[in-house]
Design a protein around this ligand. Structure first.
Ligand code: GRG
Length: 274
């Protein structure tokens, strides 16, 4: 499988869909709609929606079925980045190679744009085009759990409260699995639900997602020389990420050739350099 062209094609598909789903820039009040489009449609790997689509295909579903939910995941990811960049949090001036949302549109709009992306993602998830209503409800619950106080927000809170020192192992594990891991692993579970997964398929996909979610954060720590790397060292973190990836790929056995994309994505997440 040619991973580069696979990723490029999927990014194109997702970017086009995001452009369609997001409110038009001119719609009143235009400032917030422009800021939403600015924050979502810039550069970005689109790894969460790509994982969701691949999981949907692994369980035998069609990509079309999972596209709105996959895009909702990217809107949620964009909200987390917009809020994380705010002066009250990481205070970052640059995101994806250009001024962060609050730098371009001001702090108040930065807060509101993150809120708007999060709110709109749930509108998209609940909308009629997104599968049958029972599945939609499950998906909404799954995402809400992944990004709430037991998921991404909980991880961010503990991260902020643990300050800039070396977080102890258990705290670090908590932060990594919640702050970043939870949305990544929810992405594959949501793709599987949208694709009509059986309970066994869902379990296997969940196991893959949990491991890949952790690897994503471990690799991020390697790239930033932060977090787990400061605590355990580069070599130990690399070995842990490799072993988790092997284990994630083993969870895909039951899908045969349909699991190839997820397998390739696990290695992409392990070896990425940005
Ligand atoms: C504000 C509720 C709230 C949560 C923020 C996700 C997060 C929690 C903060 C982002 C800070 C950060 C850089 C975390 C490291 C992992 C991460 C999410 C990296 C960025 O994701 P990529 O690599 O980015 O998928 P692109 O730009 O490719 O979409």
């Amino acid at each position: 499988m040619d991973l580069r062209s696979y990723l490029k094609n999927r990014q194109l598909l997702i970017n086009k869909a995001l452009g369609r789903y997001l409110p038009p820039a001119r719609e009143y009040p235009p400032s917030v709609h422009q800021a939403m489009r600015y924050s979502v449609l810039g550069e970005g790997k689109r790894i969460r929606p790509i994982l969701a689509l691949a999981a949907c295909e692994a369980v035998g579903g069609s990509v079309k079925k999972a596209l709105p939910a996959a895009c909702a995941l990217e809107l949620i990811h964009a909200y987390s980045l917009v809020h994380d960049d705010l002066p009250a949090m990481d205070d970052d001036d640059v995101r994806r190679g250009r001024p962060s949302c609050h730098k371009k549109y001001g702090e108040a709009l930065g807060v509101l744009t993150g809120d708007a992306l999060l709110t709109y993602s749930f509108e998209l998830l609940a909308s009629g085009g997104n599968g049958d209503s029972a599945v939609r409800l499950k998906v909404i619950r799954e995402i809400a759990k992944a990004i709430g106080t037991q998921g991404m927000i909980g991880g961010q809170v503990v991260d902020i409260e643990s300050g800039s020192g070396r977080s102890r192992g258990a705290v670090m594990e908590y932060i990594n699995s919640r702050k970043t891991g939870a949305l990544i692993s929810a992405s594959v579970r949501i793709g599987a639900l949208m694709g009509g997964a059986t309970p066994k398929q869902y379990q296997a996909i969940s196991s893959y997602g949990d491991k890949v979610g952790l690897v994503f954060q471990l690799v991020d720590d390697q790239l930033d020389r932060d977090g787990a790397v400061r605590l355990y060292g580069v070599r130990a973190v690399r070995e842990r990420a490799q072993s988790l990836t092997r284990s994630a790929v083993n969870s895909l056995r039951m899908f045969g050739s349909k699991g190839r994309s997820l397998e390739a994505l696990a290695f992409f997440i392990l070896t990425r350099n940005s």
